[in-house]
Write a protein that binds this ligand. Structure first.
Ligand code: PSV
Ligand code: MN
Ligand code: MN
Length: 431
C-alpha cells in the first residue's frame, strides 16, 4: 500500500470543505459542455489518465547565475527529494514518476531507492546525464566540451558517464536517458562547426550502443547557454538529424525554454511528430530564454497550441506517447507549490486540447475560413476546465485545491525542522 507523506485524513478534511462548491461548478460546466455536445464525464476520465514526470532537481530552490537563496526545508539528498515528489503526486495525482539527474542524485543503494519509490507510489522516468559540470575527483575537465571535446579522453569519460547513467537507470526501472550537453563555443572560429557535430555523433553512437532494447535516448537541444556563440545541439533540426543518424531508439526532446523568443514551438512539435522523432518534453515557461519559469505562467496559449498538435498526432497514431516531464527552477516560490501548479497547468492544456471540435476545425480549414479556424481553437482554450481537473484529482484520491491542502498540512514547516538550512547562500546555482 502506498505510504502517504501527508496525513490522508487532512486531505479528506480539505476536500470535505470544498466538495459542495466543486460539485456546483462541475454541474454548471457539465451543462454548458453538453450543449456543445461534449460529455464532461469522458473528459474527467481522460484528465485522470494524464501524467507528467517531476524533475528531482526542481524540488530544491534553484538560483540565478548571481546567487542562490536557499529555501526552508530543502531536500538534502535524493531520498528527501523523493519525499517531496511524493507530496506533489499525493495532492495532484498527476505526477507518478520522477526524473533523476546523475551524479546529483546518485544513490548509494539504487535498489533501496527503488524500494523507497515503490513505497511512495512513485516510478522513475528518464534519467538525465550531466556532463556540463566537472565533478570532484573527475580525471578530465569538461571546460572545453564533453561529448564533442577535442580531448579524446574527455569524450570517453563523458560517454562512460552516460553508460553509468543507463546502468543505474536499469536498476531503478527507468526506460530512457536524456542527454543534454552544454557543448559549444563562445567565439567564431573557436570550433570547426562541422567537426564538433561529427565528434558528438561519434560519442553518441557509443552511448546508443549501450541502450537496452526497450529504452529510448532523448536528445535535448538548446539554442544557447552556456555557449554564447554556437551550441553543438542548438535546434530541433540538428537534434532530428542526430536522432535519424543514431537509429530508432533515438528521439528528440523539446524543452519549451530552449528556443529563441517567438519561435513557433507547436510547429516543431508537429514536424517531429510527423516524422516519428518526437520523444518527449521538458515543460516550463519563459519570456526571454531558458527562464525555467512555471508552466503556463507566461504563455498558456502556447502550451495549449502544443497540446493541440499532440492531440492531432494522437488521433493519427493511437500508439503515439511522448514522455512528459517538467523542467523548472524556482527562486521565489515554494518548489512543491510551483511544481504542483505546473503539473495542473500542463494537465489543463491537455484537457483543453481535447475540447477542440476537430471536425468543425477541419471544415473551417478546408473552407479557408481563417477566422473561424482560429475561433475554434480559442473556444477550447477559453473554456475554464478547472472543475474537471479538480474532480479528476478528487476521484483519483488527490486534493481539490492542491496548494491550499499543502499549505494547510504544514508540510514545509515540518520538514524545515528536520532539514536544517544548507550552508552557503551565494554562488552560481544555475545549470
Ligand atoms: C539545460 O538547460 C536543461 O534544460 C537540461 O534539461 C538539464 O539537464 C536541465 O536543464 C537541468 O539543469
Ligand atoms: Mn531541460
Ligand atoms: Mn534548460
Amino acid at each position: 500500500m502506498t505510504k502517504h507523506i501527508i496525513d490522508a485524513a487532512q486531505v479528506e478534511q480539505h476536500n470535505a470543505s470544498q466538495r459542495a462548491a466543486l460539485q456546483a461548478d462541475y454541474d454548471a460546466l457539465g451543462g454548458m459542455l453538453s450543449r456543445r455536445g461534449v460529455n464532461i464525464e469522458a473528459l474527467t476520465a481522460k484528465a485522470q489518465t494524464f501524467a507528467v514526470a517531476v524533475p528531482s532537481w526542481g524540488v530544491g530552490t534553484g538560483g540565478t547565475r548571481f546567487a542562490r537563496f536557499p529555501g526552508k526545508g530543502e531536500p538534502r539528498d535524493v531520498t528527501e527529494k523523493l519525499e517531496d515528489c511524493a507530496v506533489i503526486n499525493q495532492l495532484t495525482r498527476a505526477t507518478p514518476a520522477v526524473s533523476l539527474h546523475f551524479p546529483w542524485d546518485k544513490p548509494t543503494d539504487p535498489k533501496a531507492l527503488r524500494q523507497q519509490a515503490d513505497e511512495l507510489g512513485l516510478g522513475f522516468d528518464a534519467v538525465n546525464s550531466n556532463t556540463f559540470q566537472d565533478q570532484a575527483g573527475q580525471a578530465q575537465t569538461y571546460k572545453f566540451g564533453s561529448l564533442t571535446a577535442q580531448s579524446k579522453a574527455a569524450r570517453e569519460q563523458a560517454v562512460a558517464h552516460n553508460i553509468d547513467c543507463i546502468e543505474l537507470g536499469k536498476t531503478l526501472g527507468s526506460k530512457g536517458l536524456t542527454v543534454w550537453v552544454g557543448d559549444g563555443s563562445n567565439f567564431p572560429g573557436q570550433h570547426n562547426l562541422r567537426g564538433a557535430l561529427e565528434r558528438y555523433i561519434d560519442s553518441a553512437r557509443g552511448i546508443y550502443a549501450a541502450l537496452p532494447a526497450d529504452w529510448l535516448m532523448y536528445i535535448e537541444h538548446k539554442l544557447f547557454e552556456p555557449a554564447f556563440y554556437c551550441s553543438v545541439i542548438a535546434d530541433w533540426g540538428t537534434s532530428f538529424a542526430v536522432a535519424q543518424t543514431l537509429g530508432e531508439k533515438a528521439k528528440c526532446l523539446v524543452d519549451l525554454g530552449h528556443h529563441a523568443p517567438n519561435t513557433n514551438i507547436e510547429m516543431i512539435v508537429a514536424r517531429l511528430a510527423q516524422f516519428g522523432k518526437l520523444g518527449g518534453f521538458h515543460f516550463n515557461d519563459s519570456k526571454y530564454g531558458d527562464d525555467d519559469l512555471d508552466s503556463g505562467s507566461i504563455d498558456p496559449f502556447q502550451l495549449f497550441l502544443v497540446f493541440n498538435e499532440l492531440a492531432d498526432a494522437t488521433l493519427r497514431d493511437s500508439a503515439f506517447s511522448p514522455a512528459y516531464m517538467l523542467d523548472q527552477s524556482h527562486n521565489v516560490t515554494d518548489p512543491i507549490e510551483s511544481l504542483m501548479s505546473s503539473a495542473v497547468e500542463v494537465q489543463r492544456a491537455f484537457v483543453q486540447a481535447a475540447l477542440v471540435d476537430r471536425a468543425a476545425l477541419a471544415g473551417f480549414q478546408e473552407a479557408n475560413d481563417a477566422l473561424q479556424s482560429a475561433q475554434a481553437l480559442k473556444k477550447a482554450f477559453r473554456t475554464d476546465v478547472s472543475p474537471i481537473l479538480a474532480m479528476a484529482r478528487l476521484r483519483s484520491g488527490g486534493a481539490i485545491d492542491p496548494v491550499a491542502a499543502y499549505r494547510a498540512s504544514g508540510y514545509r514547516e515540518q520538514v524545515a525542522v528536520k532539514r536544517p538550512p544548507r550552508a552557503g547562500a551565494s554562488g552560481s546555482g544555475i545549470v
